[in-house]
Design a protein around this ligand. Structure first.
Ligand SMILES: Nc1ncnc2c1ncn2[C@@H]1O[C@H](COP(=O)(O)OP(=O)(O)OP(=O)(O)O)[C@@H](O)[C@H]1O
Ligand SMILES: [Mg+2]
Length: 321
């Protein structure tokens, strides 16, 4: 993988208001985004995602910290460099309500130095994929919320930007469009670097190369989805075991520290056992006991841990691992 850093944010801080009413929206956030990776900002409402994104785009100036984009320091970044960035800001509020979808796409392309002719084919291609091709000549203000979001996505994509910063990408989209956006994001990675924020954990888990979880303006975890799983490391397995007269093995399993029996069912010819592991490697201790008592697993299922649980554990626990 190419390790070139496209965007680097260091120690960002932003407080809104002053005195008693002051809100520290972002409190020491740092991260680096590598070329052609999908980097996700994840966090509950009010975590500071949008404020962070706005600082990256120089729409909000940080109180402290620094930002580099394509090696240039914000806010001195050349206009030409800013033109390489496609943006979606918390929905579609930045679109022009009285202009049609097509006019909006051409207008924003123009701001980034591209003519209508240059973006027309891409616009039509994305419109078809997002199933909005029959709305191109309609005023954005008259479209449904989801359609407006689609229009905003097309505005961000049409110029083939090198960096895409997409806040609340899935806002208002129906389930079929979400699946399409999932595919689309993975394809975009071939040509672009993506920073996305979304509340949809399943989506983030599926598409992101790396995830930054923030809560109350602070980074609480960072890593790939699988690294985040390991950090809270609750592996869960279901064992289907060939019936064994010897049930003493259960007592021994209970004595392993960090392994918990969360479910047991004795059937006529099998035992079903679900175990939760604080560390995945504790599975070796379990196998030692199976061997000792000649307990033979006929099936092993990894029950994993739903990503929702992992997310909750970081946000509620606030661990800074
Ligand atoms: N312009 C502003 N003036 C005052 N407070 C603000 C402003 N913008 C954001 N905040 C506050 O900063 C905090 C972070 O807000 P932000 O919009 O960055 O969160 P978010 O993670 O994007 O949340 P959401 O998931 O709801 O979009 C919140 O407490 C919010 O109320
Ligand atoms: Mg937001």
């Amino acid at each position: 993988m190419d390790d070139k850093i496209v965007l680097k944010a260091e120690n960002l801080e932003k407080t809104f208001g002053a005195g008693k009413k002051a809100v520290k929206a972002v409190d020491g956030v740092s991260f680096a985004v590598r070329e052609k990776e999908i980097f996700a900002l994840l966090g509950p409402n009010g975590a500071g995602k949008t404020t962070t994104v706005k600082m990256l785009l120089n729409l909000v100036s940080p109180d402290k910290g620094s930002i580099q984009i394509f090696g240039e320091d914000m806010p001195k970044v050349q206009k030409e460099v800013m033109k390489e960035i496609g943006t979606l800001l918390e929905g579609s509020r930045n679109l022009y309500w009285h202009m049609t979808v097509r006019e909006n796409v051409y207008y924003f392309a123009n701001l980034r130095g591209k003519s209508a002719r240059e973006v027309k084919d891409d616009m039509e291609m994305w419109a078809e994929r997002l199933r909005i091709q029959d709305k191109l000549e309609e005023e954005v203000g008259k479209l449904s919320r989801g359609m407006q979001q689609k229009a905003a996505i097309i505005c961000a994509l049409a110029t083939k930007p090198k960096l895409l910063i997409l806040d609340e990408l899935l806002l208002g989209l129906d389930i079929i469009t979400r699946f399409e956006v999932e595919k689309l994001v993975k394809e975009l990675k071939e040509i672009s670097t993506l920073i996305i924020s979304s509340h949809d954990l399943r989506f983030i888990e599926k598409v992101s190369d790396r995830i930054l979880i923030i809560n109350k303006g602070k980074v609480v975890a960072e890593g790939t989805a699988s690294e985040l799983r390991h950090k809270i490391s609750y592996a869960k397995y279901r064992f289907t075991l060939r019936k064994n007269e010897e049930s003493r093995y259960l007592e021994e399993l209970k004595s392993i520290r960090g392994v918990e029996i969360s479910f047991y069912e004795g059937n006529i010819d099998t035992d079903i056992l679900e175990l939760t592991f604080e560390k995945p490697e504790l599975i070796y201790d379990v196998f030692d006991i199976f061997r000792k008592f000649s307990v033979i697993p006929v099936e092993i299922d990894n029950l994993g841990e739903p990503f929702e649980e992992i997310f909750k554990s970081f946000v509620e626990g606030g661990e800074n691992k």
